[in-house]
Write a protein that binds this ligand. Structure first.
Ligand code: PEP
Ligand code: MN
Length: 338
């Protein structure tokens, strides 16, 4: 439920109404806007009926939130949220690029990738230290050694980093070395992990599960925000469909839909979305055109020898060309390259 206060309502009025909400064992929220204050009540809203908040002289309107997700919905928070990874903004009219290899393989590999993507205009560096692979015989990641490499390369290049966390026990160590957590598609509904990340203040890139509906993605984000961490960036990375000519089907419909329903920034991963190097650039441009707030793209200094996802990783020169092409689309949609 949201309670819109009149412009002349004072802080005292807001406090009074929040105490009333608390007295019914619901969680009150204080959401100051430019013109007026909006209050929220999280929990079983039916118990609020008896308070007749609409009768309060400083209440303009009481509205039910119809979506099953509340905190991440635009009904609750009208303006776009801006989430920062390090000092790099996502959302609010910026278009922001994250790039780097699928996995951290060595210091030299990651440093070369970081320098190349930075020179082309990427603002954040990706690289998995823990790799949840479909096969147990595939490269599983360098784990803590990979995190240390990520940290060192970040220090030397100034690029903030994003890396996947696969279990609750690793949250602290990942937070120690990286600037943002990535929750992978396979873990989107690992609710224990989502809750643990909600207790951190580090930003979380939440990837859509490969068999998850958009509503499931928004509810997964709600788990993180409800624990107190509102720094969530949603990521469309393709879903499994009956179509097998590409690794996944990149559901770009999800982008305008999520932008309408939620205030959270939305980025697209055209690398996993297609699984094919030659399709990454066209789908990256399409993602920018349909309203994404940025991209996460796999780039490897030498994809031919990559230990994971080489077939979908761009060569550095292809990434530089992509960045040039993106500029035109970003201008057309009225955004600004971060
Ligand atoms: C990745 O980013 O390398 C990755 C494993 O992504 P996803 O979880 O989307 O498959
Ligand atoms: Mn990958």
């Amino acid at each position: 439920m949201i309670i819109i206060l009149k412009p002349e309502a004072s802080q005292q009025d807001a406090n009074e109404i929040m105490s009333l909400i608390e007295s019914k064992h619901l969680k009150p929220l204080y959401l100051p806007g430019v013109e007026r204050v909006v209050l929220g009540a999280i929990g079983d809203e039916r118990v609020l009926g008896s308070l007749h908040l609409e009768n309060h002289p400083m209440v303009e309107e009481v509205k039910q939130i119809l979506a099953p997700y509340k905190l991440v919905s635009r009904e609750m928070h009208h303006a776009d949220s801006i989430v920062h990874i390090g000092n790099v903004p996502f959302g609010g009219g910026k278009f922001t690029m994250i790039a780097g290899p699928c996995a951290v393989e060595s210091f030299d590999q990651l440093k070369a990738a970081a320098l190349a993507v930075k020179a082309a205009g990427a603002r954040c560096l990706r690289g998995g230290a823990y790799k949840p692979r479909s096969s147990p015989y595939s490269f599983q990641g360098l784990e803590v050694e990979g995190l240390k490499i990520l940290f060192q390369v970040s220090k030397e290049t100034g690029l903030p980093t994003v890396t996947e966390v696969v279990e609750v026990a690793d949250v602290d160590i990942v937070a120690q070395y990286a600037d943002a957590f990535q929750v992978g598609a396979r873990n989107m509904q690992n609710f224990r992990l989502l809750k643990a990340l909600g207790q951190s203040q580090k930003p979380v890139i939440l990837k859509r599960g490969m068999a998850a509906k958009v509503e499931d993605l928004l509810l997964a984000a709600e788990y993180i925000v409800a624990e107190g961490n509102s720094n969530v960036i949603l990521c469309e990375r393709g879903i499994r469909t009956f179509e097998t000519c590409t690794r996944n089907t990149l559901d770009l419909n999800a982008v305008p839909y999520v932008k309408e329903k939620s205030h959270l920034p939305v980025i697209v991963d055209p690398s996993h979305g297609t699984g094919v190097r030659d399709y990454v650039t066209p789908m990256a441009l399409a993602a920018a055109a349909c309203g994404a707030d940025g991209l996460i793209v796999e780039v490897h200094p030498n994809p031919k020898v990559a230990l994971s996802d080489g077939q979908q990783s761009l060569f550095p020169h292809q990434f530089a060309t992509l960045m040039e092409k993106l500029q035109a689309i970003v201008n057309v949609v009225g955004k600004e390259m971060a």
